[in-house]
Design a protein around this ligand. Structure first.
Ligand SMILES: [Zn+2]
Length: 260
């Protein structure tokens, strides 16, 4: 009982306490398109839609699940991870075995990250994930503090637009799901992002004609990209958006490159 209470408090603190505050210094509003788990349709359709518009996205990969069949999809294989990287998309970390981090102790989480990075680094020379996304959105204060030290940013699943002083330990998102992203909502979030000079991060899973309940159609993705571009907003992978908001300077970026 007490443990349940403490877990609840820890989740609340993780959600509401800006543990890695950063004041955005972007010159203009911007957007990012991110894909979690990376079903094969996010590769075949999602990456293709972005590339057709000259854009790149962030794909959060749990390397231990590559090639595996899930309830709704098949996760991309190692060759596809390699191809995404080669084509300029960002590969982010989503743990190794796709587990909720709030159920892990510090050592187990460290192990998850290390294994993911070893496998990804072995797949594609130069891949060193610098951005993280919480599987299932599960987060505790202790694990958040641990992850935000290791990564430039950690992205959650709580809704919101990142603007002003943001929490790089738990970036906010807007669901890019056919089920929830109505034309009205899209207009509203774009308006708000522009008004607040914010950073709008979309996230989805599969990109299919009949998407899962946590996915979108290529039609919706295309329409969303078009709407963002019509506002004149830059669409950048998370790593480049961090540069645009003034978090990563060229010096830190090249230091990261040198380590990879
Ligand atoms: Zn996931």
């Amino acid at each position: 009982m007490l443990q349940l209470l403490l877990d609840g408090l820890s989740r609340k603190a993780a959600r509401h306490h800006r543990s890695k505050p950063f004041t955005m210094r972007n010159g203009a509003p911007l957007a990012s398109f991110t894909f979690d788990d990376v079903p094969d349709t996010a590769y075949t359709n999602g990456a293709a839609v972005l590339e057709a518009c000259g854009l790149r996205g962030t794909f959060y990969v749990a390397a231990g699940t590559c090639g595996r069949r899930d309830t709704h999809w098949r996760v991309i294989g190692r060759d596809q991870v390699r191809a995404l990287h080669a084509r300029g998309h960002e590969i982010g970390c989503h743990t190794f075995s796709h587990v909720r981090v709030d159920r892990l102790d510090a050592r187990a989480l460290e192990d998850e990250c290390r294994r993911n990075h070893e496998l990804l680094g072995g797949l594609c020379a130069g891949v060193r994930p610098t951005n993280f996304c919480y599987p299932f959105g599960g987060v505790s204060l202790a694990r958040k503090l641990q992850l935000q030290q290791r990564f430039d940013s950690c992205r959650g699943i709580y809704e919101g637009i990142n603007a002003g002083i943001v929490d790089l330990g738990l970036l906010r998102v807007i669901e890019l799901y056919d089920r929830t992203l109505t034309p009205d909502k899209l207009r509203r979030v774009l308006r708000e992002t522009c008004a607040r000079n914010g950073w709008l991060i979309f996230y989805t899973h599969d990109v299919a004609e009949t998407p899962s309940w946590i996915g979108c159609s290529a039609t919706l993705l295309r329409a969303t990209v078009a709407a963002v571009q019509a506002e004149g907003m830059a669409c950048l992978p998370v790593r480049d958006a961090l540069t645009a908001i003034g978090y990563r300077t060229d010096a830190t970026a090249s230091a990261h490159g040198a380590q990879s």
